[in-house]
Design a protein around this ligand. Structure first.
Ligand SMILES: Cc1ncc(COP(=O)(O)O)c(C=O)c1O
Length: 345
């Protein structure tokens, strides 16, 4: 993604929510802790600020936020309504030396959060309100193309990216015409940035999931099967010949319950036709994948004696990774390191 951003002439402000570790965050910024990152929880903001990152954006629209100012760290917030600016202003007034950066969140098609940029006047006024506040610096606009996850292939994901760039640029130009200092135009998600090499008109991209990828990204056309970097290691704990399934000790607390859009199961077993077909909290049913006729091919459970280890490729690595207290870093089947992610909110 660093190479892609360089080639596309944009800055990469990576999201660290997928892994929440210092080790991977450093890779994302090529060792430059002043580069700027996006976090998804206040716990992450504190964790990365106390470990030396100096430009952190909290990527969720802010709710009257009692975040303490970390020395030496510029913290930016995302707002998409007037009331948030008022709350922030009140909060700042009660603090000593509080100063925040602020991005106006715009909706470019995901419809989860962000102002409706078709209402140009109202959203322009909101940007003006942010800019006019003491101790708040208006940094620019921020859009997250989560609808890129609905793409069926690379071409569709790329179109979503180009459309997002176009909408963000045109809204930034509108703000600039109104006299606002809209320096940053920040867009992206992994499906959209992963499938495009061009980001016309924007100044930066902020994908995050690309550090691991997963089945959802494969199906959205953002990466190939071989690019997925995460596996959950699980043990076969029982054979149930009459129903054709084996039980393993990975349940929804190890995988999450997210599906990949084109599948009806919770993960592939690497290197064979088995899938994790259903999940309870602490265990899951493993069987062969359904064929196009709705039948399942037979398999020999003796090939997987109780205690054998299966590697499951997850559907959504952000949620799967968040289920685990540690990551084992594996090279050539050897554990070469252990990373400890930040947890909690
Ligand atoms: C606000 C925001 N920005 C950026 C991202 C990164 O998107 P992705 O994980 O698809 O790369 C996310 C992910 O959910 C997000 O919520």
């Amino acid at each position: 993604m660093i190479a892609k951003a360089k080639a596309g002439n944009v800055k990469l402000r990576p999201n660290v929510k997928t892994h929440k570790t210092m080790e991977i965050a450093k890779l994302q910024v090529d060792g430059d802790l002043s580069n700027g990152i996006v976090c998804s929880t206040l716990a992450e903001v504190s964790f990365f600020a106390s470990n030396g990152f100096s430009d952190i954006t909290y990527g969720i629209p802010v709710f009257c936020m009692p975040i303490s100012q970390s020395t030496g760290c510029k913290i930016s917030l995302i707002v998409d309504s007037e009331v948030q600016v008022d709350e922030l202003k009140n909060f700042i007034e009660d603090q000593e030396n509080a100063h925040f950066g602020c991005f106006l969140k715009i909706d470019t098609g995901y419809h989860r959060a962000g102002v409706d940029i078709r209402l140009n006047r109202a959203t322009g006024l909101l940007a003006q309100k942010i800019s006019g506040e003491k101790n708040i610096t208006f940094r620019g606009i921020y859009s997250h193309s989560g609808h890129g996850y609905q793409a069926q292939d690379t071409a569709e994901a790329q179109n979503i990216c180009l459309e997002e760039c176009k909408m963000a640029r045109s809204f930034a130009d509108f703000l600039i015409e109104k006299g606002l200092d809209c320096q940053i135009v920040s867009i992206g998600s992994t499906p959209s940035c992963g499938s495009s090499n061009q980001f016309p008109g924007v100044t930066e991209i902020h994908p995050g999931n690309y550090v691991f990828f997963d089945r959802q990204q494969v199906q959205a056309g953002a990466c190939k099967e071989a690019d997925v970097a995460v596996r959950v290691l699980t043990r076969v704990i029982g054979h149930y010949e009459s129903s054709g399934h084996m039980l393993c000790d990975a349940g929804s607390l190890a995988m999450s319950k997210d599906l990949a859009p084109q599948d009806d199961h919770f993960g592939f077993v690497e290197g064979c036709d088995l899938v994790l077909q259903s999940l309870s909290q602490e265990c899951g049913k493993v069987m062969t994948k359904k064929t196009s006729t709705g039948k399942r091919a037979p398999y020999n459970m003796d090939d997987y004696p109780r205690g054998s280890l299966l590697k499951i490729v997850p559907n959504h690595s952000c949620l799967t990774a968040a289920c685990h207290p540690l990551y084992y870093i594996v090279e050539n089947d050897m554990v070469i390191d252990i990373y400890k992610p930040c947890r909690g909110w």
